[in-house]
Design a protein around this ligand. Structure first.
Ligand SMILES: NC(=O)c1ccc[n+]([C@@H]2O[C@H](COP(=O)([O-])OP(=O)(O)OC[C@H]3O[C@@H](n4cnc5c(N)ncnc54)[C@H](OP(=O)(O)O)[C@@H]3O)[C@@H](O)[C@H]2O)c1
Length: 265
């Protein structure tokens, strides 16, 4: 099967590098012919500019920012049975308004291409699409890491929300913690936060997220929880976030206590 690529960003480079030797490459299309040319030379592909209107066949990866996927795909000239794939976590493949479509979302940040390539065997793909599209996308996921799961088309927003919560929300809390450490005069708060979180992540990986919880809520030290809530409010002007997080942590701790009691019975 021939693979074609629209866009010359890190996602295109990632797929080209991972899939070279496994697939034949067709066109690499860019808004700028020279950018397509320099990439195509490295991967034995054919360079073209988006507005040249080449007829594409096989599979076409549309690897452009989410807000342009629909618009760019409408401009493409494709042979019947060509499969269109994008990599958005949020948008479903229906953005292509045609059959033979898929979304293949790598759960990874591609800001550093080298790191993404190093981690390629660990990357888990969320795959969504129609029958023909899913078949192709799954094969590509298998060729890169073998790790993927199917996401129903009408649940892509939930799927993306989970990714945002897992990878972006912790940054908000780290940011607040960093403010406190900085006010205390710590020179390198980022490193301290990294060492704390690394332990939590390792526990989550080995024992599951719920068992990674430690600290006052887990121990039931309610005087500490209350006092720290008051200090949080003093420092940040309100305590909605603190109370919300504590409520969730209580649910986690109670769930874990329930499991321990069941095991002891
Ligand atoms: N970056 C990540 O970490 C990441 C992770 C998972 C999924 N994704 C998904 O991967 C897809 C690509 O994301 P990205 O971060 O690689 O995007 P990007 O780097 O901002 O753009 C990718 C390429 O799209 C082309 N492009 C930009 N604007 C365009 C426009 N107006 N019309 C046509 N082409 C345009 C450019 O190539 P030319 O200049 O050669 O035309 C650019 O190099 C998105 O669907 C995104 O959601 C990204």
């Amino acid at each position: 099967m021939k693979l074609n690529f629209v866009g010359t960003g890190n996602l295109t480079r990632f797929f080209l590098e991972c899939l070279r030797g496994k697939y034949e490459f067709g066109f690499i299309l860019s808004r700028n012919f020279d950018r397509a040319k320099s990439l195509a030379e490295r991967y034995e592909a054919i360079p073209s500019a988006l507005d040249y209107g080449e007829e594409l066949e096989g599979t076409v990866f549309v690897l452009v920012p989410d807000r342009y996927i629909g618009e760019v795909s409408k401009k493409l000239r494709v042979k019947p049975n060509t499969v269109l794939i994008h990599c958005s976590g949020f948008l479903p493949s229906t953005v292509f308004s045609r059959e033979h479509r898929a979304s293949l979302h790598p759960n990874f940040s591609f800001s550093n291409l080298e790191k993404a390539l190093e981690a390629r065997h660990e990357i888990i793909f969320g795959v969504e699409g129609d029958e023909e599209g899913v078949k192709v996308a799954v094969q590509i996921a298998k060729d890169i890491s073998g790790r993927f799961f199917i996401v129903p088309t009408d649940r892509k927003v939930e799927y993306h929300l989970a990714a945002v919560m897992a990878s972006n929300f912790p940054v908000a809390l780290m940011y607040l913690a960093k403010k406190i450490y900085s006010q205390l005069g710590l020179q390198d708060p980022d490193y301290l936060i990294y060492t704390l979180l690394k332990g939590v992540l390792e526990s989550a990986k080995e024992m599951g997220v719920e068992r990674a919880l430690t600290g006052p809520v887990k121990r039931g030290d309610w005087l500490v929880v209350e006092e720290e809530g008051r200090v949080f409010e003093k420092l940040f002007g309100e305590r909605t976030v603190y109370d919300g997080v504590v409520t969730i942590l209580k649910e986690v701790a109670e769930g874990e206590r329930g499991k321990t009691e069941e095991n002891e019975r």
